[in-house]
Each structure stands twice: as structure tokens, then as C-alpha cells.
Design a protein around this ligand. Structure first.
Ligand code: PGD
Length: 774
């Protein structure tokens, strides 16, 4: 390998090129990217960090006593073994669980007891995508597996939009686009902001970071920005805005107050409602108080949201008089009753009647992820087939602990009653549930129940510690792949930059060997090496480009050129087409129109949510008995210095830490009351657990709120101090593990009630990443 050549590669947070010398990575951002993400600086640490997994590991208790539920999981020692032994152990266990060439013909399918939902972002790259790999493997080995549906990002929002506007995946790749905001919007109301830390990242890659430029173009044109949210820098500091620092979780009430004012002052666009929506009359009875005796006046809303009445009135008046664009971020719906603010923002936008105008209307998740608000592509991307999953069973993704703890119990999802399967084998590749799930002490209990847990990872995350068998996977830098992602207009060659660490192997090669061991090798590989698969999955995209008259080089030319442009789809998006001709292009909702009130929800005995948007106090709400003990609202949001938990030990992430712990931001007024200084260590706790963090005083955080990003690695030390205690600042030890509602069962990790106290450094344990007990 020519060590001096910079090789192109891609990550969820941007395209780059790099070369390695003596284990150190030298890196350059993609030249066409106006703002390469600083998260790239974390990549250097992945090359040869002590946390890298070099060899397969087996938990001592599992090795000694065999498969079965085990309370030692998570706290046991591990034994290092060679690949031949590891593969043999795994094959034996998979066979015991029913894997084999005839699995798909058996009834019931053995895969009905295998959880392969394996949620997680893994790494960019169309072929070495860990979830696609594990899903294909389980489908061929077991005839299928119990999967997961929806995402931790957008569980509640995606489900409610499915009933009221259309599939979120379609909507978020539709109007309004960033450039429409830049060119046309007169008023941008951003509930939860438009944070650049989130636009930096897209699942699969984000080559051109243009959100900041678009906001600047709008600002220069005179667009007014209003940030409704508890944290000021959820909109870039340099974008002047009116900041309405409402109580986290009160957005639905705030929007209802605006809606009431529009109604009371005759500013509702009834022509729009009549033509494009159903159910407004039902909602209006709630809005005015005709159905429940409580008019949702601005004064009513202001008392709930903790903002001045005039802020609501003024904003409603402004919205009615200007071309207004309303955005709701994903963060709003990652909470109990998380469907409501998303649905209410849609209804408010419909009442204003701007949804059919460029630069006006409703958007879900602009600013929550980098590829939203960009144009859809006109060709399919290379895809590695996952084969057929014969098991029909699934869970809404954030119900993983319920699934493992409560086999046979019933629950509801999307107006259906369902039953949890009895899971005996968990197979995870490319995710970190001990980062992403809520109430980690409960998750620990859940992970003790299956017979066997197998994890592929490249680094020693907390999840690997709760596994029985850990197989070391290569990182993206250690393999060739194809980089491409929804709404990103390029396809990239991703060249291998460094040799694999230790004995780490590609997920594909591991699965290929396991598949051979259980008699489905040919079915899994189809006789191709990973290099041959790259050529194979490239071909359908090339053919479609050629058919459409676009530049369509053969694979070798593409690889040599390093990148090709992908065309945008000439077909307008679903919501745009609907507005052009609602009769010809009905929305995929029960009525074919925007559902202000939803009859299908009203009629279902299992819906578990009201039939129109409604303010419902969460269980953990200010004024409750709980709030007297836990008076702070914790906002556990996405981090700025890394993607989720990935490369928390990297340079950029580490640079934000305080004495090795995750920074927790709080308002100086609160800090003064608690006698906590900048940089102090605090204990953030509630009845579920406690976590240590380093304090940053910041006026940009609403008083009464403490903000602690997700992603610091779970390090359970000092157990017994009010439940579990994480030494590094993982907020998911205090978040609550319930579904957003019986309808969506979405993740509720964003908001919880906690208390905060000074933690004296003298008693604090040292922060480290620990080492494997081998
Ligand atoms: P990541 O840290 O991205 O978190 O949860 P997710 O599990 O996706 O984990 C990916 C893992 O894949 C990493 O450990 C990485 O090392 C591993 N990996 C990378 N590449 C490969 C590979 O090629 N092969 C293998 N085998 N492994 C690989 C994210 C989830 O967290 C998300 S999307 C959201 S939006 C949620 N957000 C919140 C929140 O706002 N608040 C709370 N409290 N909790 C949340 N959790 C959720």
C-alpha cells in the first residue's frame, strides 16, 4: 500500500481523505464541503486505541456453565480465544438454537426466538453495513428473526405522521428544502431549533454541510428566526433570533395557545383547511374548550410553558401575517406523549395555510439530521440484500428491555394488540444499546435473561461487557466500501486506509465463516468475496444512471475517479404533489388528506392516544409530587463532539470533557443556588440512578434545566449510591424506559426529572475506560 497517498473515505459526519503514519491519522475534509465536521478529529483514535478489540472474547461464566440466563452477565471476566475456537463455539450455539440449512422450512421457525433487531448506526458504507450483514445472516441461518421497527431518533413522530400526513421517511425528503428557507421564508419558527451539531451528521454520509450557509442567506434577506426551546444554541449563536425559552416538553400547549389566538382573531385559513384537511371541527371543539371546558387561550398556554402571554400572542399574529415556516425537531417527540407536539405543529401549519407555498409550511426534523431538507435522488443506491425474513414478529425498537423481561406479555402498537416473544438468543452488530437505551439498570436486568448474547464490535463498549461472545470487527477505515446516502448527491469510493487492528475481521467475513459452519455458506456469500460484492451492488445504480442518460462509468473507472455525481429526482415530493392536486395525489393517510383529527385513531380500542392533538401532562412534570424531590428538567440530547457514543475517546470528544466526564450545562442562577462552580463535579440523580458530570455554566440554558448530552460511555462504578451510578456522565442511567404512548411506543430518552448536587472530587473515583479482565 502506498503509505503517502491520501485515500478517500466517508463517515456519517462527512467525506474526507486520510493517510496513516506510525498509527497516526492525517486527515483532510472533502474539498467541496463548506464546513467539514470537527467530529472527523475523533477518527484518529480509532486506529490503535487500547479500547480496540483485538481478539475474540468469551465470558468466563458462559464458557464454564454453558448458555442460560445469568446474573453475572455484565460483571464477569472474559477469556481471549482464537478465531477457530470462537467460530466453532458460535456455530455450536447457533445450531443448538435451531440454525441450519433447513431452518426456513421448519414450523415454528427457530428464528422466532432470536432477536436480531440489532439497532444502531454502525458506520457508513453501503456494503459493510453491520445491520444489513447481521440481518442477511440471521434470515439465512434461522429462516428469519424477531426484528425491530422504527428508530430511537424518531419513534413517536414517525408513527403519528404515518396517520396524519404520510410516512416520515417520505415527508422528510420532501418540501420544504433548506434552499426554500434561504430564499423565501419570512418567519422561521423553530421548535427545538435547527442545531448544526445535528445537521453535521447523516446516516450513511453527509458530504456537503450547507445548513449554516442557508440560514445566513435567509438572515441576510431579512428572515426573522424564532427559536422556541430551552437551549439558545440549538440555533447557531450568530443567527439573530427571538429566543422563547419555554419549559422543555410544553411545546404542544404553546402551539395550542397560538392556535387559539388565530381562532379568536379570525386568522385561521379556513379555505386551506377545507381543501386539504379533515377533522378540524373536532379539534376546534377542543381548542375552544367546547369539548372539555378548558379554552386553550394564550394565558392557559403561557402558564404551562412558563413564558409570557404576549410572546404567544405576538408570534401567532406574526405567523399569520408573514410567510411562515414551522419546524419541529426530533428531540420534541423523544418524550412521553411525543406524538402531540409533532401533530400539533402540523395542525398549526395547516391553520396558517402556508403549506403549499415554497418557504412556508411544516417540516419535521429539519436540523435533526443532515439529509433532511435536501433533494431526493433519482437513482437507487447500491444495496446489499438482506434476504427474506420469515418471522413476522417484531418490536417497536425502544421496547427491547420489555421484550427480554416480559415474554408472553401483551402491549399495543399502532392500534394493534401484540405479544412479546420469548427470546433465547440476541445477536447484535453495529449498535450500542448500553448507550442508546433508557434506564440502563433495567436494561442490565433484561440482558441477564437470554441464553446467549453475541456482539460484533470494534471497541470495548459497555454492550460488549454484557455479551457472552464478542467478535472483534474491523472499523470502516480498515476496508474498501462504497459511500452513498439518501439525498446526498454523490457516490464515493471509500478506500481502505489502515490494516485491521489485531485479529479484527470484517463483519462480512465473520458471517461468511459462520454461515459455512452451519451449512448456509453458499447462500450467504453467493460465491462472492467482499471485493466482488462491491462491484455487484454497484451495477444496478450504474445501469439506472445509464438508462437515464447520466454519466455511468464502469466500476473500475468509478473507483479510479473516486466519486460520481448522482442525479436528483425530477418528481416532486409527495406533499408537494398533494398540494398541486389533492384529488389526483391523495396522501397515504386514512382519509387521503392531512388529518387534523383522525377517525382511525378515534375508532380503535388500542390507539391509546387522543384522536386530535392535545396537551397531556407527562407523568414526570413540574408541579407533581415527583418534582418536589427532583426539581430539574434534564434534557438528554445529541452530543456536539461525536456521533452518539461513537469514538467518545476521540480527540474532539475528549476535548469537551471536564475531568474526564461529560459536560452538563446549567444556568448560572441555578448553579449559584446550588453553590456549584464552573467545572465542578455534580451528581445528577433520581430514583432510577445517578450519573456524575462536569458543570459548565451557561446563560444559554433556561433556568431549571440541566443539559447532558448522550454518548458518554456507561461506567457503572460506586453502585449502591442511589441505584446505579455512572462515573462518566451517561444520562441514560436516569432516563425512563416507557413508550412515548401505546400508539408508537417510541423512545422517551430526551426528558426526565432529576435533582443535582455538588459531588466532592475527593470522593469521586478516577475516570478511565477500564481494561478487559482477561
Ligand atoms: P452508536 O454510538 O452510533 O449508537 O444509538 P446507536 O446504538 O446507534 O453505536 C454504534 C456502534 O456501532 C458503535 O459502538 C460502533 O463502534 C459500532 N460500529 C461502527 N461500525 C461498525 C461496524 O462496521 N461493525 C460493527 N460490528 N460495529 C460497528 C443511537 C441512538 O441513541 C439514537 S439514533 C438516538 S436518536 C437516541 N437518542 C437519544 C436521546 O436523545 N436521548 C437519550 N437519553 N437517549 C438516546 N438514545 C438513542
Amino acid at each position: 500500500m502506498d503509505k503517502d497517498r491520501f485515500r478517500q473515505h466517508s463517515s456519517h459526519w462527512g467525506t474526507f481523505s486520510a493517510r496513516a503514519h506510525d498509527g497516526k491519522l492525517e486527515l483532510k475534509g472533502f474539498p467541496d464541503d463548506p464546513e467539514p465536521s470537527s467530529i472527523l478529529d475523533n477518527l484518529g483514535a480509532s486506529v490503535a486505541h487500547p479500547l480496540r478489540l483485538a481478539r475474540p472474547l468469551v465470558r468466563e461464566g458462559w464458557l464454564k456453565d454453558g448458555p442460560g440466563p445469568d446474573h453475572r452477565r455484565g460483571h464477569d471476566r472474559f477469556v481471549e480465544i482464537g478465531w477457530p475456537d470462537a467460530l466453532e463455539l458460535v456455530v455450536r450455539e447457533l445450531r443448538r438454537q435451531g440454525a441450519g440449512p433447513d431452518a426456513a422450512n421448519r414450523s415454528p421457525l427457530p428464528g422466532a426466538h432470536v432477536f436480531g433487531g440489532s439497532y444502531g448506526w454502525a458506520s457508513a458504507g453501503r456494503f459493510h453495513h453491520a445491520q444489513s450483514q447481521v440481518h442477511r445472516f440471521l434470515n439465512l441461518a434461522f429462516g428469519g428473526y424477531v426484528k425491530s421497527v422504527d428508530s430511537y431518533s424518531s419513534g413517536a413522530g414517525a408513527v403519528i405522521l404515518g396517520y396524519t400526513l404520510g410516512p416520515a421517511t417520505t415527508i422528510t425528503r420532501d418540501h420544504p428544502y433548506w434552499e426554500e428557507l434561504a430564499r423565501h421564508s419570512e418567519l422561521v419558527i423553530a421548535f427545538g431549533g435547527l442545531p448544526l451539531k445535528n445537521t453535521a451528521v447523516s446516516n450513511g454520509g453527509n458530504s456537503v454541510h450547507s445548513a449554516r450557509d442557508c440560514m445566513h442567506q435567509a438572515r441576510i434577506r431579512g428572515t426573522r428566526f424564532v427559536l422556541v426551546g430551552p437551549i439558545r444554541d440549538d440555533l447557531p449563536d450568530e443567527i439573530p433570533c427571538d429566543w422563547i425559552a419555554l419549559r422543555p416538553g410544553s411545546d404542544t400547549a404553546f402551539m395550542l395557545g397560538m392556535a387559539y389566538h388565530l381562532h379568536a382573531t379570525g386568522k385561521v385559513d379556513r379555505g386551506y383547511l377545507k381543501k386539504f384537511t379533515v377533522g378540524y371541527e373536532v379539534f376546534e371543539r377542543y381548542l375552544t374548550g367546547a369539548s372539555d371546558g378548558i379554552p386553550k387561550t394564550p394565558a392557559w398556554a403561557a402558564a404551562i410553558a412558563g413564558v409570557p402571554v404576549k410572546a404567544i400572542v405576538e408570534l401567532a399574529d406574526a405567523a399569520a401575517s408573514k410567510l411562515t415556516f414551522i419546524n419541529v425537531s426530533y428531540s420534541l417527540q423523544r418524550a412521553q406523549h411525543g406524538e402531540q407536539p409533532i401533530w400539533m405543529a402540523l395542525v398549526l401549519s395547516a391553520m396558517l395555510g402556508h403549506m403549499n407555498k415554497p418557504g412556508g409550511g411544516f417540516s419535521y426534523g429539519l436540523g435533526s439530521i443532515g439529509n433532511i431538507g435536501k433533494h431526493a435522488l433519482g437513482v437507487p443506491l447500491p444495496t446489499f440484500s438482506q434476504a427474506q425474513n420469515g418471522v413476522r414478529d417484531f418490536i417497536p425498537v425502544a421496547r427491547i428491555a420489555d421484550l427480554l423481561l416480559q415474554p408472553g406479555d401483551s402491549y399495543t402498537y399502532k392500534c394493534e394488540k401484540r405479544v412479546y416473544a420469548d427470546i433465547r438468543l440476541v445477536y447484535w452488530a453495529g449498535g450500542n444499546p448500553f448507550h442508546h437505551h433508557q434506564d440502563l439498570l433495567r436494561l442490565e436486568r433484561a440482558f441477564r435473561r437470554p441464553d446467549t448474547i453475541i456482539v460484533h464490535e470494534s471497541v470495548a463498549t459497555a454492550t460488549t461487557r454484557f455479551a457472552d461472545i464478542v467478535l472483534p470487527a474491523t472499523t470502516t477505515l480498515e476496508r474498501d466500501d462504497i459511500g452513498a446516502s439518501a439525498n446526498d448527491p454523490f457516490m464515493f469510493a471509500m478506500e481502505k486506509i489502515v490494516e485491521p487492528y489485531g485479529d479484527a475481521r470484517d463483519d462480512y467475513d465473520i458471517f461468511a465463516d459462520l454461515a459455512a459452519g452451519i451449512g448456509v455458506g453458499e447462500a450467504f456469500t453467493e460465491g462472492r468475496s467482499s471485493a466482488e460484492w462491491l462491484r455487484y451492488i454497484y451495477e444496478p445504480t450504474r445501469k439506472e444512471l445509464a438508462d437515464k442518460g447520466w454519466y455511468a462509468p464502469d466500476f473500475d473507472t468509478f473507483w479510479q475517479k473516486q466519486r460520481i455525481d448522482l442525479p436528483l429526482s425530477p418528481v416532486p415530493g409527495m406533499v408537494t404533489r398533494f398540494h398541486q392536486d389533492p384529488a389526483a395525489h391523495a396522501l397515504p393517510t386514512p382519509s387521503g388528506r392531512i388529518e387534523v383529527a383522525c377517525q382511525a385513531i378515534a375508532e380503535s380500542p388500542y390507539a391509546g392516544v387522543p384522536s386530535h392533538p392535545m396537551w397531556i401532562s407527562p407523568d414526570e412534570w413540574l408541579g407533581s409530587e415527583l418534582a418536589t424531590r427532583f426539581p430539574f428538567q434534564l434534557v438528554a440530547n445529541q452530543p456536539k463532539t461525536r456521533l452518539h457514543s461513537q469514538l467518545d475517546f476521540g480527540a474532539y470528544s475528549a476535548s469537551s470533557k471536564i475531568s474526564g466526564r461529560e459536560p452538563a450545562r446549567m444556568n448560572p442562577q441555578d448553579a449559584a443556588r446550588l453553590k456549584v462552580g464552573d467545572g465542578a463535579t455534580v451528581r445528577i440523580f433520581n430514583d432510577r440512578g445517578a450519573t456524575l458530570a462536569g458543570v459548565v455554566l451557561d446563560n444559554r440554558v433556561r433556568p431549571g434545566v440541566i443539559q447532558l448530552a448522550t454518548g458518554a460511555w456507561y461506567e457503572p462504578k460506586l453502585a449502591g449510591v442511589s441505584g446505579v451510578l455512572c462515573n462518566k456522565g451517561n444520562p441514560n442511567v436516569v432516563t425512563r424506559d416507557i413508550g412515548a404512548s401505546p400508539l408508537s411506543q417510541g423512545c422517551t430518552g430526551q426528558l426526565s426529572l432529576v435533582d443535582v448536587e455538588l459531588f466532592t472530587e475527593a470522593n469521586a473515583p478516577g475516570v478511565g475506560y477500564g481494561s478487559w479482565a482477561v
